[in-house]
Design a protein around this ligand. Structure first.
Ligand code: MN
Length: 227
C-alpha cells in the first residue's frame, strides 16, 4: 500500500500531487475546514507543506513590513497547528517554500520579511517564469539528509535551484539546523536531525516533475512514511 501523504492546502496543487505519486506515495489533498488537524495527523503517514503567501509576521512577534501582502490568517492557523501536531507525533515532514517558513515559525523561529529591502542582494530569488528556471546555486552541507537524498547531484556540495520567494528563515527554530544557503547567505534549507524525517527547502522541487531532478526529496518523504 502506498503511504498516505497529506498535502497542505495550496492554489497550485498539480505538481505536488504528481511528485508524491511519482515517488510512490498516495497523495491526500487537504482542505482546512474539512480535515481537522487531529484526524490528519492520526490518519496520514507523512506531511507535505506547500508554497503560498507570506505568514503573518504577528506569528513571530513582528510588525508587518510594507511588502507583506495576501496574508491568509486561516491558512496560517491551520498549518501552524498541523506542524506542531506533526512534530509532536514525529510524523515525516517535507516542507517547501512557504512550507519551510511556516514550519520554522510554528517551531518558534522567525523570518526575513523582505529579502530585497532587508538583506539587499544581487542573487535573484524571484524568478517566476518558467517555474523550473534555474535562478541560483545553493550549498549543501555534507552529511545532511538533504545531501544524502540528492546523492551524486549534490556531490560537489552545491545544487542549482529555482527560486520564487521574497522571504526566508531568519531566527532558526530550536533543534533545527541549516543545511543549505544561497551565495548571499539566505537560508535555503533546514532540517531537524532528531526527527524521523523533517526537511524543508526554500526552492520549489515540485516544479521539476518532468525532469525528476528533485524527485529524491519526495522519495525521501515517502520512504520515511513507510516505516
Ligand atoms: Mn532562493
Amino acid at each position: 500500500m502506498p503511504p498516505h501523504i497529506a498535502i497542505a492546502p495550496c492554489r497550485k496543487m498539480p505538481d505536488y500531487v504528481e511528485s508524491v505519486r511519482l515517488a510512490g506515495g498516495d497523495p491526500w489533498e487537504l482542505g482546512h475546514a474539512a480535515d481537522p488537524v487531529e484526524t490528519v495527523v492520526s490518519s496520514c503517514a507523512g506531511l507535505l507543506l506547500t508554497g503560498g503567501a507570506d505568514v503573518a509576521p504577528e506569528r513571530y512577534g513582528e510588525a508587518r513590513h510594507s511588502t507583506v501582502v495576501d496574508v491568509d490568517a486561516a491558512r496560517d492557523a491551520y498549518e501552524i497547528a498541523l506542524v506542531r501536531a506533526a512534530l509532536a507525533a514525529d510524523l515525516p515532514i517535507l516542507a517547501i517554500c512557504r512550507g519551510l517558513q511556516v514550519m520554522n515559525v510554528a517551531a518558534g523561529g522567525s523570518l526575513v520579511q523582505d529579502i530585497p529591502s532587508q538583506v539587499g542582494t544581487a542573487v535573484p530569488h524571484q524568478v517566476s517564469d518558467p517555474k523550473d528556471a534555474i535562478a541560483h546555486d545553493v550549498t549543501v552541507v555534507a552529511g545532511s539528509r538533504l545531501a544524502g537524498m540528492m546523492g551524486e547531484a549534490a556531490a560537489g556540495g552545491r545544487l542549482a535551484v529555482n527560486s520564487r520567494h521574497h522571504q526566508s528563515v531568519r531566527r532558526i527554530a530550536d533543534g533545527f539546523v541549516v543545511t543549505s544557503v544561497a551565495p548571499d547567505g539566505v537560508i535555503e534549507a533546514l532540517e531537524l536531525p532528531q526527527a524521523r524525517f523533517c526537511v524543508g527547502v526554500q526552492w520549489h522541487p515540485e516544479n521539476f516533475v518532468a525532469s525528476r531532478t528533485f524527485l529524491p526529496l519526495f522519495a525521501g518523504l515517502v520512504s520515511a512514511a513507510r516505516i
